[in-house]
Unconditional design. Structure first.
Length: 344
């Protein structure tokens, strides 16, 4: 399959990002019910799902080239967005192998991996990269292996080391995050980095999720969806840059909210890695304006109901409180109140 990339899109300043009709239809809409509450919504990460976004281990779409360029810009301004602790070198190579093999198998028109023993050649045609290197010898790559490969993938990635019956976030490439900081979280445990999340701790969500992940098997990855909302199609909504994007919330009006307010969905995947026994966590971010989403009848109705009835603590945590009423009023026009089936 050949993907038509849109290399000139931007995710800042003039915000020229937009979704083609096909990209709207493949959006991983996250609400199977009219009401949303935190849960351990983990399922096997196998091909197939409500849209083609679920078909491959790592999804590549029309925004690929532009997103890689945006990542390079963030890293140029703030290299601390990529951080890996020294004991995670085996996990770095595991990640490089997994992403290269997956990309080459899923998108042979765009990526090729040639292996002769430990002599590997990687071709990434959309980004114009061709490198030969020795697998396991970091001096033969232009960048450390984790940074090298995650600069060539959409979405954020973190590396969890497993020890003491816990997971420690001991590395990550985090440039497209929903208001959390890799630099701040590095070295934390599963419950520590989830500390700020409301309601889920007392419901036992994190206890159950951690137990599940500690038993995650190599070759049997899992996935879940998470969501929030972002004003303008901005990928880098980091705490470090809050002064740049926080004030955007004050710019919404009844006239512009349909185009400016975006549902931000993370298709999160978790892979056990073979040499390091670490877990790779992929956070693949999708943005779609609520105006575009409402073109799909079921999605417009459902988003209206979810936002209208969202628990205030969750609405607040996701930073939507200031504009939620405006968004609900906009979406109400698409909702006739008819019952919807479960699923997306
Ligand atoms: C939120 C990281 C796995 C459920 C978060 C946050 C981070 C994070 C950094 C934001 C916390 C903040 O506000 O500072 C990770 C990492 C994971 C992981 C690195 C890899 C192991 C999971 C799993 C679940 C989960 C398996 C399953 C229940 C949640 C929920 C939120 C959250 C419900 C709140 C999201 C929201 O309302 O926007 N996670 N997480 N996480 N995480 Fe995880």
């Amino acid at each position: 399959m050949t993907i038509q990339f849109k290399p000139d899109e931007t995710f800042r300043e003039d915000f020229t990002y937009s979704n083609s009709d096909a990209a709207v239809l493949r959006f991983p809409f996250p609400f199977p019910e009219d009401v949303y509450m935190y849960s351990v919504n983990i399922e096997p990460h196998v091909p197939g799902g409500p849209t083609p976004a679920f078909d491959n281990p790592f999804d590549v779409d029309e925004h690929y080239v532009a997103e890689c360029r945006e990542r390079a810009k963030v890293l140029e301004q703030d290299p601390s967005r990529c951080k890996v602790l020294p004991h995670m070198m085996a996990a770095q190579w595991d990640t490089l192998e997994l992403i290269m093999e997956s990309f080459a198998a899923s998108y042979p028109a765009h990526f090729t991996l040639t292996r002769e023993g430990t002599n590997w050649t990687w071709e990434n045609r959309p980004l114009g990269i061709r490198d030969s290197f020795v697998f396991g010898d970091a001096s033969t790559l232009p960048l450390p292996p984790f940074e090298y490969i995650t600069r060539q993938a959409q979405g954020d990635f973190t590396l969890q080391d497993q020890r003491e019956d816990n997971l420690f976030v001991d590395g990550g490439m985090v440039t497209t995050q929903a208001d959390w900081s890799m630099d701040f979280n590095v070295g934390m445990t599963f419950h520590q980095w989830h500390g700020p999340v409301p309601l889920a701790h007392e419901k036992g969500v994190f206890d159950r999720a951690l137990k599940f992940l500690l038993r995650l098997q190599f070759g049997a990855p899992v996935r879940r969806l998470n969501w929030t909302m972002t004003v303008n199609p901005r990928l880098d909504t980091s705490p470090e840059n809050y002064p740049q994007w926080g004030p955007d919330r004050t710019t919404l009006t009844a006239d512009n909210i349909g185009a400016k307010l975006h549902l931000r969905v993370e298709l999160q995947s978790l892979f056990r890695l073979p040499r390091s026994n670490a877990i790779l966590f992929g956070i693949r971010c999708y943005l779609c304006s609520i105006e575009d989403l409402a073109r799909v009848e079921v999605w417009g109705k459902r988003l209206h109901r979810v936002l209208r009835d969202l628990h205030p603590d969750i609405a607040d945590y996701k930073g939507t409180t200031r504009y939620r009423d405006l968004a609900v009023a906009y979406l109400a026009a698409f909702d006739d109140g008819a019952a919807l089936p479960s699923g997306t």
